[in-house]
Design a protein around this ligand. Structure first.
Ligand code: PLP
Length: 431
């Protein structure tokens, strides 16, 4: 498989080069030259595949010969090394729980796949690779966990000070070793802008080999297709599901749409957003405007200028009508999010986290206007990552699972930094 830059000013590359670079030299996002099609018998026999086999078949066409088959099989097996249950909440809505990985959020899938690909590629690299990553909360922990102790790779995480939850912050500041956390006095979009500026900076790029671990990296983006297929293996109903995706930077939804384009049966997608509504706004009006970020209780979705939107446009051939017939956007307030957590808990005994609750509320609204619309939400984080929101909704905070408890005995280590490019650049050049 070959990849081109959506800005069309960079050379065509393969999976390895695109993964190592993260972003194309012309600052465009990489996009596959063709979209592979799964044969019909793939779907009729999907239940006979093991989790690992299915994951392998989903990613293999995108990787091509960049990684030998046995290595790729090992990489995907480690990537999906935890359960992905599709649990029924109520008759018309199920929850695909994507939070049973090491950092309790769905980003473990993309981060594990990417870290293992990069660690395979780094064996054949002369230079150390430095991963620069901006996080709104969960990316940092998943990337830190995925790369901790990997030789030949340094990870620098930028996170917005005071805007991530305690568990999230501990996950990205307590690793040590090859992981460094920069605590930025700004928003997620500020962190993302600093990372983008570093990628475009010649001084930095001559000194160090940078790579990105945000969902602009194709290895993260494309591997996220896997769990849409794992869900379909568990989907029992005669009609294809409506899938509600809690969205921020839109890597997750973009992976779902890619899965759909390769043949996965999907009835409709819900782009479920908090008040950061750039994409729902586009779906209403046909005009895309990035916006400043507004902080919410579903903080991993506080993104005003989603990076992957441009990829979704490419998947949709820039056809507004096709896009808006496949995807409906909903904007869910914090108040509705809390009411949803409370209502679903009281009525069905199922505890949602704020991100899953946004998806649930979106799907619910869609179902009020459409008859055959059974579906599932992507439950992207364990409620334990958001104890304050859960407590505000149901009066009690979720119990900290054993695996997270150890975090509270570790010491936070971060480097505080102003929301300015110059000191960040100095820091990188001085390392
Ligand atoms: C990152 C994240 C999202 C948003 O995913 P995108 O791919 O950026 O749209 C949603 N929920 C949680 C818990 C997250 O960590």
């Amino acid at each position: 498989m070959k990849y081109f830059s959506l800005n069309n000013q960079s050379p065509i590359v393969n999976f390895k080069e695109a993964t190592l670079l993260g972003q194309a030299p012309d600052k465009g996002l990489y996009f596959p030259e063709t979209i592979p099609q799964h044969p019909a018998n793939f779907f009729s026999s999907i239940r006979s595949f093991s989790k690992e086999e299915l994951a392998y078949r989903v990613v293999e066409p995108f990787v091509g010969d960049a990684i030998p088959a046995d290595e790729l099989y090992r990489i995907v097996s480690e990537t999906v090394d935890f359960p992905f249950p599709l649990k029924s909440i109520q008759p018309s809505i199920a929850s695909l729980e994507l939070y049973h990985g090491p950092t309790f959020a769905f980003k473990d899938v993309g981060a594990r796949f990417m870290s293992r690909c990069l660690s395979y590629f780094s064996k054949y690299q002369q230079n150390k690779i430095t991963i620069l990553v901006a996080t709104s909360g969960d990316t940092g922990g998943a990337v830190a966990n995925g790369f901790l102790g990997v030789e030949g790779i340094d990870v620098i995480i930028l996170y917005p000070s005071g805007k991530v939850s305690p568990v999230q912050e501990l996950q990205l500041t307590t690793c040590g070793e090859n992981i460094t956390a920069l605590e930025i006095d700004g928003s997620f979009d500020d962190c993302q802008a600093m990372v983008k500026a570093a990628f475009a900076d010649k001084d930095i790029n001559t000194k160090m080999q940078l790579s990105s671990a945000n969902s602009i990296n194709i290895s993260r983006w494309l591997s996220q297709q896997i769990y849409y297929f794992l869900a379909y293996q568990q989907w029992e109903e005669p009609t294809a599901p409506v899938i509600a995706v809690p969205s921020g930077n839109f890597g997750n939804l973009c992976a779902g749409i890619m899965a759909y384009k390769t043949g996965l049966p999907v009835k409709h997608f819900i782009a479920a957003c908090n008040v950061n509504d750039a994409v729902p706004d586009y779906l209403q009006t046909g005009i895309f405007k990035s916006k400043p970020t507004t902080p919410t209780i579903s903080n991993a979705m506080d993104v005003g200028n989603p990076s992957n939107f441009i990829r979704i446009l490419a998947l949709m051939n820039h056809d507004y009508h096709a896009f808006s017939s496949l995807v409906t956007g909903y904007v869910i307030s914090d108040e509705t999010t809390l009411q949803t957590i409370q209502g679903v808990y009281n009525q069905f005994g199922y505890l949602l986290d704020p991100h899953g609750a946004v998806a649930y509320a979106g799907l619910k609204q869609y179902q009020q206007h459409h008859t055959v619309a059974n579906g599932y939400i992507l439950e992207t984080a364990d409620p334990v990552k958001f104890p304050d929101a859960v407590k505000a909704a149901i009066g009690i905070a979720p119990a900290i699972p054993f695996a997270a408890e150890a975090l509270f005995h570790k010491e936070k280590r971060s480097i505080p930094m102003l929301n300015e490019y110059a000191p960040f650049k100095d820091y990188l050049l001085g390392r």
